[in-house]
Design a protein around this ligand. Sequence first.
Ligand SMILES: *[C@@H]1O[C@H](CO)[C@@H](O)[C@H](O)[C@H]1NC(C)=O
Ligand SMILES: *[C@@H]1O[C@H](CO)[C@@H](O)[C@H](O)[C@H]1NC(C)=O
Length: 186
Amino acid sequence: MKRGFCLTLLFVIILHLNINVHEVDACSPSGKVRGSRPPPGQCNTENDSDCCKQGKMYTIYKCSPPVTSHTKAVLTINSFEKGGDGGGPSECDNQYHSDDTPVVALSTGWFNHESRCLKNITISGNGRSVVAMVVDECDSTMGCDSDHDYQPPCPNNIVDASKAVWEALGVPHSDWGGLDIVWSDA
Ligand SMILES: *[C@@H]1O[C@H](CO)[C@@H](O)[C@H](O)[C@H]1NC(C)=O
Ligand SMILES: *[C@@H]1O[C@H](CO)[C@@H](O)[C@H](O)[C@H]1NC(C)=O
């Protein structure tokens, strides 16, 4: 009886520790923003940019899932050139970047207060890998305002990549956008 009780207690403790680990790991939403209709000329949809919809609620995050040696993410496409759909110059170096160079923006949590700025990450997807430099943040904390070209806040698991990254992964042009990938610090 006593031994059984001890085992049960141990089991309960282990279960409790597990739950705690998950609580620490989990990244919960930090709120929502309400979409407003982009003023005329704002939010260029030319390259499938998503524009905020009037009254729609968008979830915001200050965190991203924990980084491992094979962090799961969704690869999206962005232009880092002047006049492209990425808005202003990149946050890391206040410069524009050619879309022919492998550069990315990371969701706020992974961008981690510029700690990955100008560092390389390895992106694996479509059976190939590519090394790309982090130059910008994909803002998960705000959106649907003029600063973000009336685009919704970024989900918290995004690697937003230049054309060069998509080409290096050998993804056919017609399939660019929304690819499941894994990434790690290079
Ligand atoms: C859309 O993509 C094309 C080809 O990549 C580029 O030339 C053009 O500037 C882009 N337009 C916008 C608004 O980003
Ligand atoms: C990132 O990769 C590029 C191209 O491979 C390389 O030229 C550059 O030195 C690397 N940067 C860092 C910080 O490792």
